[in-house]
Design a protein around this ligand. Structure first.
Ligand SMILES: Nc1ncnc2c1ncn2[C@@H]1O[C@H](COP(=O)(O)OP(=O)(O)O)[C@@H](O)[C@H]1O
Ligand SMILES: [Mg+2]
Length: 279
């Protein structure tokens, strides 16, 4: 445990309402480099709304977003990208009729000094990035509509990496995938973690994210139920948090009165000078 690691991202006391509905109601979460953090909760808990504030799709009514220790104004997707925050939505937002390389460079194509597209350079770079992520990836020339769910996910992640993502947000990454493909996405995530990215995995399904995550932030009805280290909890503990909206008993006595506070919940008594995760 070191004290010099600061979070890549902190969201503090975020509020946003739609009409009378408090979609996110005073939520604080954080994410450290080299860490995979699950954001869990039933449908309607406010997970997507929370991360849309980080990705610039919504602007919070109040609260603070801090990136690399500095307060960040994120009012649109471009601002998020400027802070090296990339989001992969469930539909992946790929252009189905284009191939992998074309998708990777969509909107920021490499051109030569005359302004013509440099297809060879783009394909070369696409192969390099995709092979690093997924050595079995072969279908460079096929439209992405012909790819499997896991391969499409690889293309979407590669696209984010080309934008120099340091924070990767994945909303329900495994929702449409079979067992094999889910494992493949798990391998991809493990590799990104090794590279020092911070990854937020949003899911309504505990089983999708439990094994991949170092920590879990659980939400219910727009509020943060608590944040826990995965190694400190069982599936049943987390199901209890999701369904009942309460911290597990055995973590309450460790964390004391700040149990629903993110730092309190992740602290053990010997860790009192630092709030960083075990890396
Ligand atoms: N654009 C919107 N307009 C109105 N209500 C919304 C909007 N987005 C989300 N909500 C509401 O906010 C709450 C949280 O939704 P959401 O963040 O999508 O939850 P989750 O991703 O956890 O399933 C829900 O009650 C949902 O109906
Ligand atoms: Mg959602």
């Amino acid at each position: 445990m070191t004290t010099d690691i600061r979070p890549l991202v902190e969201m503090r006391d975020i509020h946003i309402s739609f009409g009378g509905v408090k979609a996110v109601d005073g939520v604080s979460i954080d994410l450290y480099p080299g860490e995979v953090v699950g954001v869990l909760g039933h449908n309607g808990a406010g997970k997507s709304t929370l991360i849309k504030i980080l990705s610039g799709a919504y602007v919070a009514d109040s609260g603070t977003v801090i990136v690399d220790g500095k307060e960040a104004r994120i009012e649109n997707a471009r601002d998020a990208r400027d802070h090296n925050i990339e989001t992969i939505y469930q539909n992946l937002a790929l252009a189905d009729n284009l191939d992998a390389a074309q998708n990777l460079f969509l909107g920021r194509e490499i051109t030569d000094r005359f302004g013509f597209l440099n297809d060879a350079a783009m394909e070369h770079k696409a192969r390099e990035v995709l092979h690093r992520l997924n050595p079995n990836f072969q279908k460079f020339a096929s439209p992405v509509s012909a790819l499997s769910g896991g391969q499409r996910q690889s293309v979407a992640i590669a696209r984010a990496l080309l934008f120099e993502a340091r924070v990767l947000i994945m909303d329900e990454p495994c929702a449409a995938l079979g067992v094999h493909e889910t494992r493949m996405v798990g391998d991809l995530i493990a590799q990104l973690k090794q590279d020092g990215l911070g990854i937020l995995l949003i899911s309504h399904d505990l089983h999708d994210v439990f094994d991949l995550s170092d920590r879990l932030h659980v939400m219910k009805n727009g509020k943060l139920v608590g944040s826990v280290r995965t190694e400190d909890v069982t599936h049943d503990d987390v199901l209890g948090m999701i369904i009942l909206g309460k911290m597990p008993q055995h973590l309450l006595h460790l964390a004391g009165p700040g149990a629903t506070n993110i730092h309190g919940a992740t602290l053990r008594p010997q860790d009192t000078e630092t709030t960083g995760p075990t890396l």
